[in-house]
Design a binder for this molecule. Sequence first.
Ligand SMILES: *Cc1c(COP(=O)(O)O)cnc(C)c1O
Length: 349
Amino acid sequence: MNWSARTRAVNSGRQDGEGDPANVPITPTSHLGLGYAREDGTDTWRAFEDAVGDLEGGYATSFASGMGAISAVFDLLPAGAEVVVPTDSYAGMRHLLGHAETSGRLSARRLDPRDTDAWLTAASEADLLWLESPTNPSLFEMPIAEIATAAAAADDPPLVAVDNTFATPLGQQPLSLGADIVMHSATKLIGGHSDLLLGVTVTSSDRLAEQLREARMRGGATPGALEAWLALRGMRTLPVRYAAVSATAADLVARLREHPSIVDVRYPSIGGGVISFELADAATADAFCAALRLIRHATSLGGAESTLERRAARPSDAHVPAGALRFSVGLEDPDDLWADITQALKQAR
Ligand SMILES: *Cc1c(COP(=O)(O)O)cnc(C)c1O
């Protein structure tokens, strides 16, 4: 049977033998006679990996955090390799690459995610194209299939990796668009409850997955047993949560676009739970954040609770408009969220 993603999210990664536990237990240790957890993994990691791999359509490897997963991908590259990244993208990834560049291990090229021509040119020159779509925090969308096709046509094809944290496998499956590696911060929407740190890669080939498992074994960015278990539990409800936050976000985007105090509203064409909207200036945006009563002013995103942050307040995202707010829509009633937004806008004026 061809089960839908919603059905597979609930049922993949389970054991179905008579006497098997209905849900994977938290296994914090190696199995006797079967090696060492950091090298060989545990049942809990594998159940989570099977479920993510099923949804993304590839071979999954879990890590201690999203950054642990990104480090493992960079670790696949030889010294001096060139990595191309979007200028608007997750700040931690840019920091990691900047450090590798300063220390002389990797070379970096930073391109505007909207400049598709520049990416198509880079596809025949670089060793790794690191895409993020939609980007964090500005929600720019990159043409993954077009860039992956150009990469595949190069004499010496670069690896194409996509940070799919914002889209989740419900929004898009980059492996089916030609990418080699998908990466998630499962800390965000996959875990879905702001109560864990976890990362995962999913690859089109088992060979790449094996290399990433070796990088994990060497570097030691292994997932915690509880975190892998919680992330799998979160993933069971990812499709219904993703549908719910997408519906609420679309509703709020329509209302925000009508509001006279809002300068600009950005929302990805593929949907999802993150909105970006802009107020007149930094002072107005800060006053708005301080006046919110329901929506929390916090940096993480993808949880059950709505959170919002003025990213330009952080030195790493100084390129973002000063009054822009990244809004992670939660599972609350959309009317309550709107009531909170309008009362805070009134106070911030
Ligand atoms: C949070 C985030 C990361 C990093 O993940 P951690 O789990 O915090 O290490 C990477 N990419 C994006 C888009 C993120 O939002």
